[in-house]
Design a protein around this ligand. Sequence first.
Ligand code: FE2
Ligand code: FE2
Length: 193
Amino acid sequence: MLHLKLETDPRWTVIAEENIEEILTDHAWCEQKAATNAITIITHNSQYEDLVTDLLELAKEELEHFQLVHEIIKKRGYTLGRERKDSYVNELYKFMNKGGNHLQSMVDRLLFSAMIEARSCERFKMLSQHVKDPELSKFYYDLMVSEAGHYTLFISYARKYGKDIDVDKRWKELVEFEGELIKSYGKSESIHG
Ligand SMILES: [Fe+2]
Ligand SMILES: [Fe+2]
């Protein structure tokens, strides 16, 4: 359903499980970034009432995810730690057309967001299937379902408002771009690492 070009090597889940405190910290900040991204899209596209309505809901869900990860961190006696940078997302950001018109920028931002949801969803699926800790396995399963819904939402708004743009072509280009990018990842202890 996600149409990603390359699946993550399952060995990444071993690295993740061996460094679960770091994964949880990185994950918590991923959720913060997802909430922030949704607010940014709302700020730049406030004329679309339906989009604002749905992205406000999405932002709330991302903050809830942040809170859920934080609860797990506290329960296990770990510390949240400082915000982690996300080099995968920073690299992916370079795909976006920043010089185009408003609609092109909006569509690119929605597709960029959909891609991050798709890859996160895939990583959560891997964790839910491979992590031995039952609490974390269930937790990541539930998040996989939620992020899959976000992926669909971003894609559908790109299609709805990008009627004059070849959104499918742009999405295919992003899938190719991400497929190359992700080859350098899957080796370190972060959600997109
Ligand atoms: Fe989330
Ligand atoms: Fe999400």
